[in-house]
Design a protein around this ligand. Structure first.
Ligand code: HEM
Length: 218
């Protein structure tokens, strides 16, 4: 259904959306090739970047691209992801949330989204640091065998953490109707904002009021 122009609120700018979907693409390439290296039954995943040899060569570069592109997302969204007292109300009422009702005076993101943000950030830091340590032929020679072994373990565990977190994140995004559109087209309806993020919606109304006052003074 076509929405009236005034009903739309911008939630993600074009550059945020492009940044997000490029990260998703590089995540898929890295995760699929990585799963191919790890599980013998999934060895055929190694063809995702052309051939198994190419995948082995490109995986660390594509992974680095994901880490670098995520840094922009990290700083863009950091201010919305600090936990506050309304998040505890949300957590206490998680049973309501699972029945698709809202709980607490939610701002830009709810506690679930904030948790995802921090899990993504932590797993990507661990993946990047451990990935550099095990990266042959460039960096691994500077580290001892025991350090490389620990890094391999950290790399595998944090990769699994990242993949599970992305699955939960994508599931939640499809579950809350209107979310995916906000990351594709950029906008949400006023009803969506009021229902899912009431405190953020009030902030938008405040901004609109200030804008209108400025215009009327001109
Ligand atoms: C197919 C997979 C994915 C889908 C469908 C998806 C979908 C979405 C949607 C709809 C939003 C907007 C949520 C809102 O504004 O309320 C979002 C936000 C976000 N996404 Fe994804 N995403 C996917 C994969 C990823 C990956 C791989 C990463 C990073 C490794 C990522 C990182 C983020 C971050 C950091 C945010 C901002 C939310 C926050 O700060 O809590 N997403 N995603």
């Amino acid at each position: 259904m076509m929405k009236k122009k005034g009903d739309k609120i911008l939630r993600h700018t074009a550059s945020e959306r492009i940044n997000h979907w490029v990260v998703v693409i590089v995540f898929l390439f890295t995760a699929i090739s990585g799963l191919g290296f790890f599980f013998p039954s999934l060895n055929w995943f190694m063809n995702i970047l052309g051939t198994p040899e190419l995948s082995r060569l490109l995986h660390p570069f594509v992974g680095s691209a994901m880490a670098i592109l995520f840094i922009f997302m990290f700083f863009r969204y950091l201010k919305y992801n600090f936990i506050d007292k309304d998040d505890l109300v949300w957590a206490k009422n998680i049973h309501k949330v699972l029945q698709n009702e809202e709980a607490g005076d939610i701002g830009h993101y709810n506690l679930g989204q904030k948790g995802i943000y921090w899990m993504l950030s932590i797993s990507l830091i661990l993946l990047t640091v451990s990935g550099i340590i095990i990266w042959r032929p460039y960096f691994a020679e500077y580290f001892s065998i025991p350090v490389i072994r620990i890094a391999l373990l950290v790399h595998s565990l944090s990769a699994i953490l990242l993949i599970i977190t992305v699955f939960v994140h994508a599931y939640a995004a499809f579950w809350v109707k209107g979310s995916i559109r906000s990351m594709i087209e950029g906008w949400v309806t006023r009803g969506w904002a009021k229902k899912h993020h009431p405190r953020w919606y009030r902030e938008i109304l405040e901004e609109e009021k200030k804008e209108a006052e400025k215009k009327s003074q001109k």
